[in-house]
Design a binder for this molecule. Sequence first.
Ligand code: ZN
Ligand code: FE
Length: 255
Amino acid sequence: MTLDLITIPCLADNYAYLIRDKATGQTALVDVPESAPILAELTARDWRLDKIFLTHHHHDHVQGTEDLVKATGAAVYGALADVHRLPPLTHALKEGDEVTVGDSIGQVIDVSGHTLGHIAFLFPSARLAFTADSLMAGGCGRLFEGTPATMWASLSKLAALPEETLICSGHEYTTSNLRFAATIEPENQALLNRMDRVASARAAGVPTVPSVLSEELATNPFLRAKLPHIKQALGLGAASDAEAFAALRARKDTF
Ligand code: ZN
Ligand code: FE
């Protein structure tokens, strides 16, 4: 890998990620739930922070930004669409734009649905995708602002990435996500195996992120809404993929 990746637990169940280009030492952070654990990690590693990439406007992803900028002078990148409700940005991004971490190039894609203006950062050379509250480990974010069709389109972009891509998502919700998945596919052996692995990881206090896209494709019901047996399990044999996704998301909302 061209980038080192450090997963930093924050608040009760959030994650931030540090990425550092091995060739140049340039370092970026994805999301700032709070500043203290990030500053501690930077100090422990003797790393300077150059850039902050924000995925969406929710407080639990951005509220440490101004503190961290004061301490590090890092540049702040976020969605142009959300410039009115993000911390002050030095760089406003839209789908198709590129960011860099040293020699590594990241692509910005729009993954609206959880919010309108939610972006993800893809680093194809390192096989990393920072998805925050769009595609999550075993699940996806709640639809606060977008329609099911919008979120389905966003998840479909992520599902089309190379299947070895690491999905760096925003929360430790995996246990309850997989418990819901098992109500939809109780006989999915890959899912049952993943539930065991996740239970062991959580018992040891280990994060269940990042996850691998291949395991999401095999176990995450929100990526599997298009499969005939899932539509059938929902009683929606003739539904469109987006309609099946909408029904799944509605079920999860009251799970
Ligand atoms: Zn959020
Ligand atoms: Fe969140």
